[in-house]
Design a protein around this ligand. Structure first.
Ligand SMILES: Nc1ncnc2c1ncn2[C@@H]1O[C@H](COP(=O)(O)OP(=O)(O)OP(=O)(O)O)[C@@H](O)[C@H]1O
Length: 262
């Protein structure tokens, strides 16, 4: 069974059909990318998956259960967490505190526990802190634990944002253009980081403009153009797909994009 199964989702804004009957799947342990020219509908798809937009039609099944049109918080609880195109960290909080914010969606204590700092509260907090430390160490961010988020270099801030998404216990991590604004060296680092996530057992759905990132790390790719799915397949298949190349002609084709990005 696919971890995520999207069936013919459609989104209409006024008279504009932004996404039409798009279907795709993500299996456990895969890195799957959604690509497409500017305005193709990628962000709209992500916003439907994560509960920011309601779908007009179609279903989103996560672990076999329909989750379309649920509130973003419910979707995170179900096991899907995302990062944003513009990094959204708490800049004046420490690295570990940023991760703890992600985990708090799972912590089980009530307001009275919090008010009286009961044993249950202290135990839950201690466990959460240890979990955050373990996670940061596993992602090679262990030596930054007490640093303030705003002091991290850009590439590391991205990693921290991904760590925070993982801390929600997400089974699927959704990355919205993680390489945006990165120089080639930072993109290279990011690729290694995402591959490491997969190695650690995480499943990743990615929207990305940087073709060298997409072509190098994706197991499978879906291509969207004018709100419709026009191709799906392995990176090598996508790079030579005539319809995909036509959709990207403005930028000189997928392969040329990849060369430029490399
Ligand atoms: N909230 C909205 N209201 C009206 N139209 C919208 C809204 N969001 C997106 N659109 C339109 O829907 C279409 C798809 O946009 P979307 O942002 O999903 O594309 P994209 O593939 O993510 O583009 P980019 O790569 O430039 O981020 C575009 O025509 C866009 O103008």
């Amino acid at each position: 069974m696919a971890l995520l199964k999207v069936n013919e989702i459609t989104k209409v804004f006024g008279g504009l059909i932004a996404v039409e009957d798009v279907s795709f799947e993500v299996n456990q342990g895969e890195i799957v990318s959604i690509i497409g020219p500017n305005g193709a509908g990628k962000t709209t798809i992500f916003n439907m998956l994560t509960g920011v937009y309601k779908v007009n039609k179609g279903t989103v099944e996560f672990e076999g259960k329909e989750i379309q049109n649920k509130a973003p918080r419910e979707i995170v609880k179900a096991g899907m967490a995302r990062t944003f195109q513009n990094i959204r960290l708490f800049p004046t909080m420490r690295v570990i505190e940023n991760v703890l914010v992600g985990d708090h969606i799972n912590i089980q204590y009530n307001f009275l526990d919090l008010l009286f700092r009961t044993k249950k509260f202290r135990k839950a907090e201690k466990e959460a802190a240890q979990k955050a430390i373990d996670l940061l160490e596993s992602l090679e961010l262990g030596d930054q634990i007490n640093n303030y988020a705003k002091n991290l270099p850009y590439g590391m801030q991205r990693k921290l944002e991904i760590a925070r998404a993982i801390a929600t216990n997400a089974k699927l991590i959704i990355l919205d253009e993680p390489a945006a604004g990165m120089n080639p060296q930072e993109s290279e680092e990011l690729m290694k980081f995402i591959l490491k996530l997969r190695q650690n057992g995480h499943t990743i759905l990615l929207i990305e403009h940087d073709m060298s990132v997409v072509m190098n790390i994706s197991d499978r790719i879906y291509v969207i153009d004018h709100g419709r799915k026009i191709a799906e397949g392995l990176p090598a298949e996508i790079a030579r797909d005539a319809q995909v190349i036509r959709a990207y002609l403005g930028s000189g084709g997928v392969e040329k994009d990849a060369e430029q990005d490399a």
